[in-house]
Design a protein around this ligand. Structure first.
Ligand SMILES: Cc1cc2nc3c(=O)[nH]c(=O)nc-3n(C[C@H](O)[C@H](O)[C@H](O)COP(=O)(O)OP(=O)(O)OC[C@H]3O[C@@H](n4cnc5c(N)ncnc54)[C@H](O)[C@@H]3O)c2cc1C
Ligand code: FES
Length: 319
């Protein structure tokens, strides 16, 4: 553990919707947590299998609450272990390591109005943002879409903190968010925030841009993660190390295991921290991130190891 991480104890576990479980943490040393900003996530080291899995989870509670932090985890199917362990093995009293919070999805303090959209488990950062906006007395609305009422977490909590401002969309009843209507006629200075499944986020961002919203007013977070794939070989040019990335590890996880110097924040292809120069690629880079531009992806000189993979004989990195 270092200054930017905490040993925590699981204080409470409860199911908040079908397949979604909430965990409350307190610090193992009894000290208060630091303050964080709404929209932040922590990386939880989950002791699933031989190697801990390091998964980001959004903090959904009150950013000013110092004695406990809350996350909610959707059970992923299939899972390499992270969400499965948290659902099936984690118990009250268990100890875990988590990082300090980082925020890739902050509220814009100069916004005149805020339009928050959540899809499914994407409600977690939206809940902390709504709580913060309610506290500030800001002008905001929440639009929350779910697969069915059984999958809808935190509806009552959201409504209690933002009475009359929460709009529901139940897909099982054929009700979906019409982004064209949502974006239309908003006052100047409105900022839009969305967290949800990738197709929903992409549709919203494209819809906003098509309706003339400036890119600086459109904000999104995707809960992307490293998909398993075919094994591949990597040469680290500076250290001379040659490693094989197995099917069930990401390139980032394999680099971390051999002690290569790579930074990571989101571990989901969005923040840019893990950007690594490619010296040569005898094959095809499989870019799965949303950080690099299409031109960068085409050029093949950079890779984001947290989510991207490689198909071919050998990938040589400037590490
Ligand atoms: C900034 C950020 C915040 C996040 N916040 C939250 C949050 O608040 N709540 C939440 O629930 N999640 C959140 N996530 C997602 C979370 O970090 C994990 O990605 C998620 O819990 C799945 O973890 P896992 O270890 O179970 O899945 P993994 O095993 O890592 O699976 C990753 C993907 O690969 C697929 N997969 C796994 N094994 C196989 C296989 N054998 N064959 C084919 N496909 C496979 C999975 O279905 C999944 O799509 C967040 C992600 C980011 C980037
Ligand atoms: S760690 Fe954020 S893009 Fe890779």
């Amino acid at each position: 553990m270092n200054e930017s991480s905490f040993h925590v104890v699981i204080d409470a576990v409860r199911d908040v919707a079908s397949g979604i479980r909430e965990f409350t943490f307190r610090r193992a040393d009894g000290q208060p947590f630091p303050l964080y900003s709404a929209g932040s996530h922590v990386v939880v080291s989950v002791p699933a299998g031989e190697r801990p899995r390091r998964n980001p989870y959004s903090l959904l509670g009150d950013p000013n609450e110092r004695m406990s932090w809350r996350i909610a985890v959707r059970r992923q199917e299939p899972s390499r272990g992270g969400s499965a362990w948290l659902h099936e093995q984690a118990r009250v009293g268990d100890r875990l390591d988590i990082t300090a919070p980082m925020n890739l999805f902050p509220l814009i303090s100069t916004a005149r109005s805020h339009l928050l959209v959540a899809g499914g488990i994407g409600v977690t950062p939206i809940l902390s943002q709504a709580r913060e906006l309610a506290r500030r007395g800001a002008d905001f609305e929440v639009h929350y879409a779910w697969r069915s009422p059984a999958h809808a977490a935190y509806v009552a909590e959201l409504e209690a903190l933002a009475p009359g401002k929460v709009h529901h969309y139940d897909e099982s009843q054929g009700v979906r968010i019409d982004f064209k209507t949502l974006f239309a006629g908003r006052r100047l200075g409105t900022h839009f925030y969305i967290c949800g499944p990738t197709p929903m986020v992409s549709a919203a961002m494209e819809g906003g841009a098509a309706m003339g919203w400036p890119a600086t007013n459109l904000h999104s977070e995707r809960f992307a993660s490293a998909e398993p794939g075919e094994p591949f070989d990597v040469l680290l040019a500076r250290s001379g190390q040659r490693i094989t990335v197995p099917a069930d590890l990401s390139l980032l996880e394999a680099l971390e295991q051999c002690g290569a110097p790579v930074n990571a924040l989101c571990r989901g292809g969005a923040c840019g921290q893990c950007e690594t120069p490619v010296l040569s690629a005898d094959g095809e880079l499989l870019h799965h991130d949303v950080y690099l531009s299409d031109a960068d992806k085409q050029a093949g000189k950079l890779v984001m190891p947290c989510v991207s993979r490689f198909k071919g004989a050998c990938l040589t990195l400037d590490l």
